[in-house]
Ligand binder design. Structure first.
Ligand code: SAM
Length: 253
């Protein structure tokens, strides 16, 4: 990984459930993990999974690759593509692209002359993203940017029809400040991990957006501040959808 300190993987002992920059690797006990990662009852998750079509072979392969990587997951990925179709997206910007799973979902919804900007600290992951998008025939619509997404965004003019925020959680408020003016009217911004992620605490986020001042780490504070900023922004209409680990969807009026 380039650009920052060492990368830490937060695991349940087998599966990586979050990844961020910090000096250690942390194993989460199963009961704590369940509290941190389950928004929806298992039956509801099963229902959602059965109700959407199987993705293509490359996406299924990427899901296998993603078993040890915190992608948005299939339910959110398919919803991202649905949103991109719904707003007739031509230009998309991602904060935090990993090995390209969410970008691949988006890319299918773009017209041939469309554009998706992928940003990623980790050059190896970005190379993988390029390989996967090439295999899908989408690489010509993709711009691969290696570095800090919150800096890269300054080099890209809007308007963007769709934005995904899914990088370091303490960087969400800064990402919002940088992108909000670049979102096209009728466009959407989606922030992943709005309700939970490996390191974020559902109860603390809830308390903060209800007006309390709970103890929080920087990542949790970043999510809470982001949710307050989008909720109170008069130019945007926001809801939180409890898919995956919760996504905040903000529509630019
Ligand atoms: C949750 S993963 C992204 C997953 C991706 N959106 C998907 O669903 O396939 C977050 C990624 O953001 C990267 N990252 C974290 N902070 C970043 C930053 N400030 N700029 C660029 N990349 C960052 C991490 O290296 C990691 O690969």
């Amino acid at each position: 990984m380039s650009g920052r300190g060492p990368s830490v993987e937060l695991t349940d002992g087998n599966r990586v459930i979050d990844k961020f920059e910090a000096p250690t690797r942390i194993n989460i006990p199963p009961d704590v993990l369940e509290r941190m990662t389950d928004i929806l009852p298992d039956e509801t998750k099963r229902f959602l999974r059965a109700a959407i079509a199987e993705p293509d072979g490359t996406l299924r392969e990427m899901e296998e690759r993603g078993e040890d990587f915190p992608t948005v997951g299939r339910d959110v990925g398919q919803f991202l593509r649905l949103l991109a179709y719904a707003v007739d997206a031509e230009r998309i910007f991602e904060f935090g692209s990993g090995f390209g799973y969410s970008a691949y979902w988006f890319a299918e919804a773009l017209p041939e002359d469309g554009e998706i900007v992928l940003t990623e600290f980790d050059a190896d992951e970005l190379r993988e993203a390029r390989d996967y998008l090439e295999r899908g025939g989408f690489a010509d619509r993709a711009v691969f940017e290696n570095g800090d997404a919150n800096e890269i965004v300054e080099r890209h003019d809007g308007p963007f029809d769709v934005v995904l925020i899914d990088h370091n959680k303490d960087g969400y408020p800064e990402a919002w400040d940088a992108i909000r003016e670049k979102v096209a009217p009728g466009g959407v911004v989606i922030a992943d991990n709005a309700m939970i992620s490996g390191a974020q605490d559902f109860d603390a986020i809830l308390a903060a957006i209800e007006g309390e001042d709970p103890e929080m780490d920087d990542g949790t504070r970043g999510i809470a501040e982001y949710l307050l900023a989008v909720r109170d922004d008069p130019d945007f209409e926001t809801s939180v959808v409890p898919l995956g680990e919760g996504i905040a969807v903000s529509y630019r009026r």
